[in-house]
Design a protein around this ligand. Structure first.
Ligand code: ADP
Length: 238
């Protein structure tokens, strides 16, 4: 028993170290990147009419590369902060969903997305994180839409001592062989010119749900839409 406790404590300490490392690294890496962008822009001004189409294009590639690295780092920073977030307490899931939908309002309108939902329960969660979870899942359901108007349903059913939520869409779907891979950091199934993004969204969802003692998974097939499920136990871990 004492041995198990010791292992658990060591694991917790090494997780905290890793989080701290990711936080510090991502924070400190932002600064030199800002400097690179700034100086390339100065170079462009200085060289102005000496630039050829090719050298000008190279500079654009440098700036785009840096900007991409900044998005990846800020994703990493967001990911590393999840463990340090707010209080886990009893909250209304419907309130968290409403806040997520308010953030997505423009894309919901632009894409004519129809959203329906069941009565949603009270759950023990960090409300900012539940909202972020809904925002990532509903945002993806809109982004990975098929040709028709997107239709999304958010459901909740009671299961033993937990709630099982679902976010179902009629989008492009996912090949079952990638069902686990998409929850890993920076893993994506499409090129950026087709669908923008960094591939951190679902990794964040997974970390949020694990922090609350639940599970998250997807059931999908290409062309048949996707349903993301997550569970929230009555007593989440704090
Ligand atoms: P991002 O949206 O930035 O690519 P995510 O981590 O949110 O990153 O998603 C990872 C990948 O999972 C996406 O690139 C996409 O290939 C796939 N995916 C996520 N949600 C859906 C969805 N609702 N329908 C189809 N594919 C999805």
């Amino acid at each position: 028993m004492a041995f198990r406790k010791q292992i658990a404590e060591e694991l917790e300490r090494s997780n905290k170290d890793l989080e701290q490392f990711a936080y510090v690294a991502s924070h400190d890496l932002q600064e030199p990147l800002r400097a690179v962008t700034g100086f390339v822009q100065l170079l462009r001004q200085e060289l102005d009419n000496k630039l050829t189409d090719t050298t000008s294009e190279y500079m654009t590639f440098v700036i785009e590369g840096v900007s991409r690295m900044q998005s990846l780092i800020s994703g990493l920073l967001q990911y590393s902060r999840i463990g340090h977030h707010g209080q886990i307490r009893s909250i209304d899931a419907r309130g968290a969903l409403d806040r997520a939908l308010a953030h997505l309002q423009v894309s919901i309108q632009e894409t004519n997305t129809k959203i329906t939902f069941d009565d949603l329960p009270m759950v023990r969660m960090d409300s900012v994180q539940l909202s972020q979870l809904f925002q990532n899942l509903v945002g993806n359901a809109i982004k990975f839409r098929s040709n028709g108007n997107p239709e999304i349903h958010i459901g909740a059913v009671r299961q033993d001592s937990s709630w099982r939520f679902s976010v179902a869409d009629n989008g492009i779907g996912i090949e079952p062989q990638y069902a686990e891979k998409i929850f890993l950091i920076f893993q994506r199934l499409h090129t950026r010119d087709k669908y923008p993004g960094t591939g951190i969204g679902l990794a964040i969802c997974k970390k949020i749900i694990e922090r609350h003692g639940g599970e998250i998974w997807v059931e999908s097939a290409i062309g048949r839409g996707s349903t993301f499920y997550f569970t929230v136990p009555d007593k989440g871990e704090v």
